[in-house]
Design a protein around this ligand. Structure first.
Ligand code: NAD
Ligand code: UDP
Length: 326
């Protein structure tokens, strides 16, 4: 058994999503008891099907914006419920804002009533289109409050303000993660984020659509690194403010496209896919890279999976999905 604290009862919201379902597995492997809650807007029951008969897991189909207090005893909460792909969170921006504000407040109330710790997953999007590079946690960001991304960016910012307010007013035990672009198995082929889009296109022999000139950058973190970072943050004594959970290796979108093309061709023995250029979306951040010294110091953690290795695993997962759908 490898648990820091044996047999905690942990509520994970957003449990049917890409990160949430992976976190559920991670916590069950550490012998915790997990209650997974999700309203299945962007998540899929398929991500949890393998746990149908798991004695340590319960699934609750519910929106975090509705009353939460009736659930069984819990010791910790990880709040991951929120669409994270720009395509998805812009589909219903009012609901995205509601999830960020009312949903997060419901969970903070639950944590307050039970006197338990809550980890809220915030995002590098709170830095907006950053004017400081790389981004330390002390950077306040450059966010457009009145644009297509603001439902998510400002939603996540107000959720952080709520966490702060609950800590100040009620002495609530909070943790906040600034997660940077994370990819891996279980990010749906329909999700719309760049890595899954590129892999789906390359596997089907279509051109990879690059929005803009391909010179925008992101720092891609493999899912297992992210989970370890979240777990360490939850179980750390650090509650002074948000902690960046990301990989500080930065790639242009063109470099990411070329790498996916190379690996898919190598893994399938098919000709290399091509790229096509489409207009850059409004307010799309031009650079993003975490400063990771705080996580190293406070959590003894840093991302270790190279993009090439994580991409291979993710491509293989998509190939397996396509294979099992036939
Ligand atoms: P995802 O869309 O795969 O998962 C989100 C899950 O939350 C889905 O299962 C969805 O059905 C559920 N959900 C959404 N609104 C809900 C609501 N009101 N009530 C209950 N469930 C709801 O996205 P993900 O990549 O797994 O992201 C998980 C969390 O991590 C999000 O909060 C996101 O903001 C944060 N995050 C992710 C990344 C990343 O790169 N993956 C980066 C920064 C932050
Ligand atoms: N992007 C792209 N092609 C796609 C999807 C995204 O070129 O099919 C670009 C997008 O414009 C952005 C970067 O890739 O510059 C990362 O986009 P994603 O939606 O994955 O995440 P976010 O913008 O939230 O960091």
């Amino acid at each position: 058994m490898t648990t820091d604290k044996p047999m905690l009862r942990i509520l994970v919201t957003g449990a049917a999503g890409f990160l949430g379902s992976s976190l559920v597995d991670f916590l069950l492997q550490k012998d915790h008891i997990v209650i997974g809650l999700d309203n299945l807007t962007t998540g899929s029951p398929a991500n949890l099907r393998h746990l149908e008969n798991h004695p340590g897991f319960t699934f609750v189909n519910q929106d975090i914006c509705s009353l939460l207090d009736r659930h069984q005893e819990i010791d910790q909460i990880y709040n991951l419920a929120c669409p994270a792909s720009p395509v998805q969170y812009q589909r219903a921006p009012v609901s995205t804002l509601n999830t960020c504000f009312h949903g997060t407040q419901n969970l903070l109330e639950l944590a307050k009533n039970r006197n338990i710790r809550i980890l809220h997953t915030s995002t590098s999007e709170v830095y907006g289109d950053p004017l400081t590079h790389p981004q330390p946690e002390t950077y306040w960001g450059n966010v457009n409050p009145f644009g297509p991304r603001s439902c998510y960016d400002e939603g996540k910012r107000v959720a952080e303000a709520l966490c702060y307010a609950y800590r100040e007013q009620y002495n609530l035990d909070i943790r906040i993660a600034h997660i940077f672009n994370t990819y891996g198995p279980r990010m749906s082929s329909q999700d719309g984020r760049v890595i899954s889009n590129f892999i789906v296109s390359a596997l089907s022999g279509n051109a990879l659509n690059i929005y803009g000139d391909g010179l925008a950058t992101r720092s891609f973190q493999y899912v297992t690194d992210c989970l370890e970072g979240l777990y360490r943050l939850m179980n750390s004594g650090y509650d002074a403010g948000p902690v960046n959970i990301g990989n500080d290796k930065e790639f242009t979108i063109r470099e990411a496209a070329d790498l996916v093309i190379e690996l898919v061709s190598e893994m399938t023995n098919k000709p290399r896919a091509t790229v096509a250029f489409l207009p850059k979306p409004l307010d799309d951040p031009s650079v993003r890279r975490p400063q990771v010294s705080l996580a190293k110091r406070e959590l003894g953690w840093e991302a270790v999976v190279p993009l090439r290795d994580g991409l291979r695993k993710t491509i293989q997962w998509h190939m397996d999905q396509q294979g099992s759908a036939k």
